[in-house]
Design a protein around this ligand. Structure first.
Ligand SMILES: Cc1cc2nc3c(=O)[nH]c(=O)nc-3n(C[C@H](O)[C@H](O)[C@H](O)COP(=O)(O)OP(=O)(O)OC[C@H]3O[C@@H](n4cnc5c(N)ncnc54)[C@H](O)[C@@H]3O)c2cc1C
Ligand code: FES
Length: 647
């Protein structure tokens, strides 16, 4: 028996009188028809309570079939929520099985009345209480009610404050997307899907929800994963245990792949949340990893840790590994990410000159510093700034040395950069901008003792952190036939396949299309995009056809200020709406053609999520849409307008 059971029983039958009354009442309801209009599917208009026709939950079975099907957006639906299902909740996949009625009675709670149907307007999201511990997001669209878990599965943001578009909600904080139909995660960050609830409406207009009992224990749901079948002789390999490889590996099982599955990773840790290591340097692997060992064992994913891919032979379809193994593959996904770049500065190889890319890097930084340490961070982009912010309260001094006039200038422009510089200075970080390090000077033990700046000034230094960019880990592909660009990236199709069939590439090393840049591919290093690539590649490797519809979304947290950024592209102007001083603003980046290429914000959620959603719909934002200073956000109504015919 899981932990949830006593709590659930208590909430429904013993303690919370309101719910008890509502539940008891719901049980006595007569057999009535649901009055909700469903424009596109008239056959779904009438649902009888005795059959408990599911309005929004589907059941699918995965097939393991690798024959490419016609292009379809699975939307994460394959292998999705195993709710009770009957003919009235038809799926688009054709792979559905109905659960036996007896099982439904076991699986589902009694109906709980949560509000009145008239409490929701069209296109309104509402958070309702299912029981003392469970909040549900209720949404009305096209007259139809849908209900999923209320909290984002990434860091728990309240989804009713997010961006609503047709059939899905995007998290207000970092842009993860969830289907309202199934609760399935469709864009990232995060890993898990939302629980999904059955919705009914009583003759008195009460909205009644039923939860799958197993979902009550948690606000997250791992999508169904198939078991490995010994008779399936295929072997799929995922190279790289970063966020992209990790999502790919589990999505393969969720999409029905039943063959052998190997995840090869050079690091000695199970896949973990890399972006936390520069923001909070004392987290250990148990706090960082996505899944524990049991998860990979349970789903028959062989994880080879501490093993590097050393050569790819695409003619023989073999991967050569650093442990001497040569493995034959049927399909392979390569997401080997980046390594930190060490600029050729004299003295850069001294002890205590560190970079940050992997957990072991931050472990060695933490081991190298104490209260008396004087730390210098070279570079004024995200990683160096995050490291400076994480260390300043733990050491004697932190100095950031940057080339530009202000930090983050390339990403955000001069105005925002100036405000960020002040934020750092207010928090006792010394900023040495328009500078650089010409030499790293060591002591007799080979440790760094000083750094010499471009103007000849010397700063005492016990630890130098290099935030000076990265190189892409694609050298091992050199003779594989996979075409590598000058910057080390690999061009991929809209289905994440490289120029060599059955070799898929994603994450930081991919040069891929994004929404809004129809003819160009770009190489972008964002966590969300890496996870999204992993999912899309897996779906295509499994034989479904799912096109990339990527909108880059970046987020970070510095001195308690959550910075969000969505979009991509050069800009001519930055239009600021709000107060930079108070760190409550939206910045619109507008290019030569008066198109808004990106939006950034601090303290103004969910505006960046709304912009990301707009772009993902194939719509566009122009300067004219944001010029009305009285109501710059009027454009957000475009989210619920019909989709463009050509996307
Ligand atoms: C410190 C830090 C902070 C960041 N913060 C943010 C942030 O706040 N927001 C954001 O959006 N992005 C952030 N990023 C960027 C984000 O982490 C990356 O975009 C993302 O990790 C890319 O994922 P990936 O799976 O493509 O590659 P990676 O995460 O780099 O993973 C690649 C994996 O492959 C392994 N590998 C490499 N070569 C081989 C080989 N030959 N054989 C086997 N394994 C190999 C590597 O060791 C690694 O484990 C940050 C990055 C770093 C380093
Ligand atoms: S909390 Fe929702 S995406 Fe991070």
């Amino acid at each position: 028996m899981g932990m949830w059971q006593p709590c659930y029983r208590q909430a429904l039958n013993l303690t919370k009188t309101g719910i008890l009354r509502r539940t008891a009442r719901a049980r006595l309801l007569p057999l009535i028809s649901v009055q909700i209009e469903h424009e596109n599917e008239p056959h779904r208009r009438l649902h009888c309570l005795h059959t408990m026709g599911s309005i929004n939950c589907k059941e699918y079975k995965t097939t393991g079939n690798v024959t490419p099907q016609k292009e379809q957006s699975t939307g994460g639906a394959v292998g999705s929520y195993q709710s009770k299902c009957n003919s009235s909740s038809a799926s688009s996949s054709g792979n559905k099985d109905s659960m036996p009625v007896e099982q439904e009675a076991v699986e589902y709670t009694d109906p709980v009345a949560v509000c009145n149907v008239s409490d929701l307007k069209e296109n309104e999201m509402k958070q309702v209480d299912f029981d003392e511990d469970t909040r549900v997001l209720l949404v009305k669209q096209k007259g139809r009610l849908q209900a999923v878990g209320a909290k984002c599965t990434h860091f728990g943001a309240p989804l009713h404050t997010g961006a609503l578009s047709q059939g899905r909600v995007r998290c207000p904080w970092h842009g993860a997307c969830f289907s309202l139909e199934t609760g399935d995660i469709e864009d990232f960050p995060g890993l898990d899907s939302l629980p999904c609830y059955n919705v009914e409406v009583s003759s008195e207009g009460q909205v009644l929800l039923r939860a799958k009992r197993s979902d009550l224990a948690t606000s997250k749901r791992v999508k169904n994963m198939v078991a490995r079948k010994p008779e399936d002789q295929r072997c799929f390999i995922v190279v790289g245990g970063g966020p992209s490889g990790a999502v790919c590996a589990e999505t393969l099982r969720q999409e029905g792949y039943t063959g052998r599955l190997i995840l090869v990773s050079r690091e000695n840790y199970l896949p973990y949340d890399r972006i936390k290591i520069s923001k909070s340097m004392n987290l250990d692997i148990e706090q960082l990893r996505f899944r524990d060992e049991a998860f990979y064992q349970q789903h028959d994913i062989e994880v080879w840790l501490g093993v590097g891919a050393s050569q790819l032979d695409t003619a023989q379809k073999e991967l050569h590994c650093s442990n001497g193994y040569v493995v034959k593959y049927d399909k392979i996904y390569i997401a080997t990410g980046c390594s930190s770049f060490r600029p050729p500065i004299p003295g850069v190889s001294l002890n205590n000159v560190k970079t940050i890319r992997e957990l072991d890097d931050t472990k060695s930084i933490v081991a190298a510093v104490g209260e008396a340490s004087r730390v210098v961070c070279l570079g004024a982009s995200f990683i160096a700034l995050e490291a400076a912010a994480a260390l300043v309260s733990k050491v004697a001094s932190v100095t950031v040395v940057g080339r530009d006039t202000v930090p983050l200038k390339a990403a955000f422009g001069e105005q925002i950069g100036r405000r960020v510089a002040k934020l750092f200075e207010d928090n006792k970080v010394h900023m040495r901008m328009e500078s650089g390090i010409s030499e790293v000077i060591g002591d007799d033990s080979g440790n760094v003792a000083e750094v010499q700046l471009a103007d000849g000034t010397r700063l005492p230094c016990d630890l130098l952190i290099l935030g000076t960019g990265s190189t892409l880990n694609t050298q091992f592909l050199a003779k594989s036939g996979v075409r590598i660009n000058r910057n080390g990236s690999v061009d991929v199709t809209d289905f994440l396949e490289s120029n060599v069939p059955d070799v898929y590439v994603g994450g930081d090393i991919a040069n891929a299309h994004i929404h809004g840049l129809a003819h160009e591919r770009v190489n972008i290093g964002h966590y969300q995009l890496a996870q999204y690539h992993g999912r899309i590649a897996a779906i295509n490797m499994c034989g479904s056809v799912k096109k990339l519809e990527a909108v880059p979304f970046f987020f970070t947290m510095i001195f308690g200020k959550g910075i969000r950024y969505a979009g991509h592209g050069s800009y001519k102007d930055v239009i600021i709406d709000g107060s930079l001083e108070d760190f409550k603003f939206v910045a619109y980046f507008v290019n030569e053609a008066d198109t808004v290429t990106a939006v950034a914000s601090v303290g103004r959620d969910p505006i960046v999520a709304q912009f990301a959603e707009l772009i993902s719909q194939g719509k566009c934002l122009g300067r004219g849409h944001i010029e009305n200073v009285e109501d710059r956000q009027a454009w957000t109504t475009k989210l619920l307008e019909p989709l463009p015919l050509v996307r």
